[in-house]
Design a protein around this ligand. Structure first.
Ligand SMILES: Cc1cc2nc3c(=O)[nH]c(=O)nc-3n(C[C@H](O)[C@H](O)[C@H](O)COP(=O)(O)OP(=O)(O)OC[C@H]3O[C@@H](n4cnc5c(N)ncnc54)[C@H](O)[C@@H]3O)c2cc1C
Length: 743
C-alpha cells in the first residue's frame, strides 16, 4: 500500500518535471553540423516569390534576373516535385491558376511542365530548381519554400539535398517548410543544409488571399505547445512565424536567441518595427521600397564582440568589384577594411567609417591534378576547399583546428594547425595574387624572394587584398586515432615519444583538464597516425553535436560541468580508440558550432601563447597561478606543436614551439573586460620572460611594450607597409593599435 503511494508520488513528480520542461521555450541551439555563415552575413531583405517589381511574373527566370540586378540580398521561391521527380519552381496549387496548363503540377512530368507558359507573360515558363541554382549560384541567399501535400516526402527531401550538394550551395540556401518531418529528414540526412521552420500561431487566416494556404496547415501544427516541441526536436537554423504572429511569442523567441525571419511584410513601418525588436530578416513583396526607407543596423562585429559602423559594406564577388571598391575608397578618401568570416577578435576586420570589403562570395576553388596544387579565391572556407580536394584523394596540408575559416583570412594571419612537423601555413603557399592600394595586381611566387610575398603572409590585410592563393596539398591518408592520458609535466616527453619521433603521426594535439579543483593536473595527448584502410569514406558531415555543446556550455557556468567535460572527454577517447580508421579529411572536418555561447551576457575570448618547448612546464605553472589569482573562467586549453617559421616577415614561431590555445568565458561588462586585460598582461609578462610570444589575431590586451618585445620586427613591418600603402588605405582597429607611436 505504502509502495503504491510512493510510486504514485514519483509518477506525479516525474510528470510535473516533464511538463515544466516541455513548457519552457528551448534556447536557440541549431542542430546543423555547421556554423551557419549568416552569423556574420544575414540577408535582411528577401524578395518573396522573387517579386521586386510587377514587371515579371513571380518565380520566373525574369523575376530572378531582376533580383540579381538589385541590392536585395535574398530571394524566396516555391519548390515542389514534378511527377518524374524534378524539383520545379511554382507557387499555386493548380496549373490553371497561373499558366495555360490544367491540374496539379505534381501530376505532370517535367518535359510537359517546361512547355507551359505563364498567363499574361507569354515569354515566361516554369523554371526548374536546377536552372535557378545555376543562375543565382552564390550571388544571393536563396530560401526554398517547400510545397508538398505529403507528410513524409523523402523523395522531395532527397532531390533538394542532391541539388544543393551538386552546386555546393550549403552556405547560401535555406530550405523552409511548415512540415517538421521534411525538415527533420533533411537535418538527419544532410546536417550541413540550413533549415527554416515556418509556423503560425494565428487561429485564422489574415485575409482571403491566405485562406487556402492557412487551411492546409494541420490543426496540431498550429498549436504553440507542439511548435515548441518541434523547435526542441529539430533545432532549426532559422524560424519564420507566419501570418499574424503574437508579438509576445515573437519577443520570447528573439530573447531565446532565435534568428527570426518575418513573412510578407510590405510596409516600411512594419518592417522597421520588426527589425527594431530584433527580427533578422524581412520577406517582402516590396523589397525595393522597403530597402530605401528602412534603417537597418549598420554595425558590423568581429568574434571578439567589437562593433563598428562602416560607411559601406561591399560584398565583392570578382576582381572588378574589388577594383571599383578601391577606386571608391580613393575618391571618397575612405579607409578599406577586409573581412572574411570575422573570427579574428581584435578589430582586425573593423574600423569606423571604413568601406568594408566582405569577401565571402568570392570563393572559387580549383584543384590542378597535374601539379597537385589548389588555387583558391579568398572567401572560400577550408570546408569548401576540403570538399574539392576530397574528390581527388587530396587534403589540406596545414590549416586551423577547425575548418570554417576563410582562406584569405587564414593566410593573412598565417595560422598554424595540428598537423605534425609543420611550420605555419606560409610554408605551404606557392604563390599569391594580391591587389595593392594603388590598384595594381601582383603575381607573387615563393621562389622570387619578394618582400611583398613575405609581408602578405601574416599581413592582416594591411599590405593588399589577396585575390588568389595557390597551395600545396597532402595525400588524404587513412588515419587511426591514438591517445595517452599523462601528467602535464610529462607532456614534452610524451609528445616527443608518441608524435615527434613517430613518422606515422599526422595530426596531434594535447588538452589540459580545467576543472578548478584539478586545474592542469591531468593532460590528454591525442594523435592520428597513418594506417591501412581498403576504402575510406568520402568527406562527410558529422551528425548533430549539440549534446557536446551542452556539456561545454555547462562547463562555462558550473565547475561540475568542467568535471563532466573531462570525464566525457575520456569516454569519448575510449570510443575513438576503438573506432575504424578515418580519412585525414574527415579527421580535419571539424566545425566550431559546438563553441557557440548560449547566453548573450557572455562571450568566449581566445588567447594563444607560444612557448619554446623546453619552457612549457614553467609556463603552464605560471598560467595556472594567474588563472587562480584572477579567477578567470577558463573553458579549455589545447596544446599543439608549431615548427619555426622562416618565411613571413612577422613570425610568431621564432623557433620550434608549443602553442597553448586558451578559451575563456567572459561577461560583456567593462569590469570583466578590464579584468581579462589585466590577466592577459600578467600572463604575457611571464611568457616573455620565458622567451614566449603571444599570437596576434585575438584580443588587443597586450601593451605596446609587450608587443615590441614579442615582435621586434614590427617597426620594420609597419615601415614596409608605408612603402606599399603610403596613405594607409588598408586599415583596421588592429593596425591603429599596433602602429600608434605611444602606448
Ligand atoms: C574558435 C577559433 C579557433 C581558432 N583556431 C585557430 C587555430 O587552430 N590556429 C590558428 O592559427 N588560428 C586559429 N584561430 C584564429 C583564426 O585562424 C583567425 O581568426 C582567422 O583569421 C579566421 O579566419 P576568418 O575568415 O574569420 O578571417 P577574418 O577574421 O575575417 O580576417 C582575418 C584577417 O585577415 C584579413 N583578410 C581577410 N581576407 C583577406 C583577403 N582576401 N586579403 C587580405 N587580407 C584579408 C582581415 O583583414 C583580417 O586582418 C581560431 C579562431 C577561433 C575563433
Amino acid at each position: 500500500m505504502k509502495l503504491r503511494k510512493v510510486t504514485k508520488i514519483i509518477v506525479v513528480l516525474v510528470l510535473l518535471i516533464v511538463s515544466v520542461y516541455l513548457s519552457i521555450e528551448p534556447k536557440y541551439t541549431s542542430s546543423s553540423g555547421v556554423t551557419p555563415p549568416f552569423i556574420t552575413h544575414f540577408p535582411t531583405f528577401i524578395a518573396h516569390k522573387s517579386i521586386i517589381s510587377n514587371k515579371s511574373h513571380p518565380n520566373t527566370i525574369d523575376a530572378i534576373e531582376e533580383v540579381l540586378m538589385s541590392e536585395v540580398p535574398g530571394v524566396e521561391v516555391d519548390v515542389r516535385l514534378s511527377k518524374d521527380g524534378v524539383p520545379i519552381i511554382y507557387h499555386a496549387n493548380t496549373l490553371e491558376e497561373e499558366t495555360n496548363g490544367v491540374g496539379k503540377p505534381e501530376d505532370y512530368v517535367w518535359a510537359d511542365l517546361e512547355k507551359l507558359i505563364y498567363k499574361n507573360t507569354p515569354n515566361s515558363r516554369i523554371m526548374s530548381l536546377e536552372k535557378l541554382l545555376t543562375v543565382v549560384g552564390t550571388k544571393k541567399f536563396i530560401f526554398l519554400d517547400v510545397k508538398t501535400y505529403k507528410i513524409f516526402n523523402q523523395q522531395l527531401a532527397t532531390a533538394l539535398t542532391a541539388l544543393i550538394n551538386k552546386y555546393q550551395l550549403q552556405e547560401t540556401i535555406f530550405v523552409e517548410s511548415f512540415n517538421p518531418f521534411l525538415l527533420l529528414s533533411i537535418r538527419l540526412t544532410a546536417p550541413d543544409i540550413l533549415i527554416m521552420y515556418d509556423f503560425t500561431t494565428s487561429s485564422e487566416a489574415p485575409s482571403k488571399d491566405f485562406e487556402s494556404q492557412f487551411k492546409k496547415i494541420p490543426w496540431l501544427l498550429k498549436q504553440p505547445f507542439i511548435q515548441k516541441q518541434i523547435r526542441r526536436l529539430i533545432r532549426p537554423d532559422l524560424l519564420s512565424p507566419r501570418f499574424n504572429v503574437n508579438e509576445d511569442v515573437l519577443k520570447s523567441l528573439i530573447d531565446n536567441g532565435y534568428p527570426v525571419v518575418a513573412y510578407n511584410i510590405d510596409t516600411p513601418q512594419a518592417a522597421q518595427g520588426l527589425l527594431d525588436i530584433g527580427v533578422k530578416g524581412i520577406q517582402t513583396n516590396k523589397s525595393m521600397s522597403i530597402i530605401q526607407r528602412v534603417k537597418t543596423s549598420q554595425a558590423t562585429y568581429d568574434a571578439g564582440g567589437s562593433g563598428v559602423i562602416p560607411s559601406k559594406i561591399i560584398h565583392v564577388q570578382t576582381i572588378e568589384d574589388i577594383q571599383e571598391a578601391v577606386q571608391l575608397a580613393r575618391a571618397t578618401q575612405k579607409k578599406i577594411t577586409i573581412a572574411g568570416l570575422r573570427h579574428s577578435m581584435g578589430g582586425h576586420t573593423l574600423l569606423d567609417n571604413s568601406i568594408q570589403l566582405d569577401t565571402l562570395s568570392f570563393k572559387k576553388v580549383i584543384y590542378n591534378p597535374e601539379t597537385m596544387t589548389v588555387n583558391i579565391e579568398p572567401g572560400a572556407t577550408w570546408k569548401r576547399v576540403q570538399k574539392v580536394l576530397d574528390r581527388y584523394g587530396r587534403s589540406v596540408k596545414v590549416m586551423q583546428g577547425d575548418n570554417i575559416f576563410t582562406v584569405g583570412g587564414t593566410v593573412s594571419i598565417n595560422i598554424h594547425g595540428w598537423q605534425t612537423n609543420s611550420a605555419p601555413l606560409a610554408s605551404t603557399v606557392i604563390s599569391l595574387k594580391v591587389m595593392t592600394a594603388d590598384g595594381k595586381i601582383h603575381h607573387l611566387h615563393r621562389d622570387d624572394n619578394s618582400p611583398l610575398f613575405k609581408a602578405v603572409l601574416g599581413g592582416y590585410g594591411l599590405f593588399g587584398l589577396i585575390l588568389n592563393v595557390e597551395l600545396e596539398t597532402a595525400p588524404n591518408t587513412a588515419l587511426k586515432f591514438k591517445a595517452e592520458f599523462i601528467d602535464p609535466n610529462d607532456f614534452g616527453h610524451a609528445f616527443e615519444k608518441y608524435v615527434a619521433t613517430n613518422p606515422k603521426a599526422e595530426l596531434a594535439y594535447g588538452r589540459l583538464c580545467v576543472d578548478k579543483h584539478h586545474l592542469f593536473k591531468y593532460a590528454g595527448l591525442y594523435w592520428y597516425e597513418q594506417t591501412h584502410a581498403d576504402k575510406l569514406e568520402d568527406l562527410k558531415f558529422k551528425p548533430p553535436i549539440t549534446d557536446n555543446r551542452g556539456i561545454l556550455r555547462a562547463s562555462e557556468t558550473y565547475n561540475w560541468g568542467k568535471k563532466l567535460r573531462w570525464s566525457a572527454e575520456k569516454t569519448y577517447v575510449q570510443r575513438m580508440l576503438h573506432a575504424n580508421a578515418i580519412s585525414r579529411n574527415n579527421a580535419m572536418n571539424t566545425d566550431i558550432q559546438i563553441l557557440w555561447p548560449i547566453y548573450r551576457t557572455h562571450k568566449d575570448v581566445l588567447q594563444e601563447f607560444l612557448i619554446p618547448k623546453q619552457n612549457l612546464n614553467a609556463f603552464v605553472a605560471s598560467l595556472k597561478k594567474h588563472i587562480l589569482d584572477f579567477k578567470v573562467n577558463i573553458l579549455h586549453v589545447t596544446i599543439r606543436e608549431v615548427k619555426q617559421d622562416n618565411i613571413s616577415l612577422l613570425p610568431y614561431a621564432k623557433t620550434d614551439m608549443f602553442g597553448l590555445l586558451c578559451a575563456f568565458s567572459q561577461g560583456r561588462t567593462p569590469d570583466e573586460e578590464k579584468q581579462m586585460r589585466q590577466f592577459t598582461q600578467k600572463v604575457i609578462d611571464d611568457l616573455l620572460q620565458l622567451e614566449g610570444v603571444f599570437f596576434l589575431p585575438y584580443r588587443l590586451h597586450y601593451t605596446k611594450e609587450q608587443l615590441l618585445t614579442a615582435y621586434p620586427e614590427i617597426k620594420e613591418w609597419v615601415r614596409l607597409k608605408k612603402t606599399f600603402d603610403p596613405d594607409n588605405m588598408f586599415d583596421s582597429e588592429f593596425f591603429q593599435y599596433v602602429s600608434k607611436e605611444e602606448d
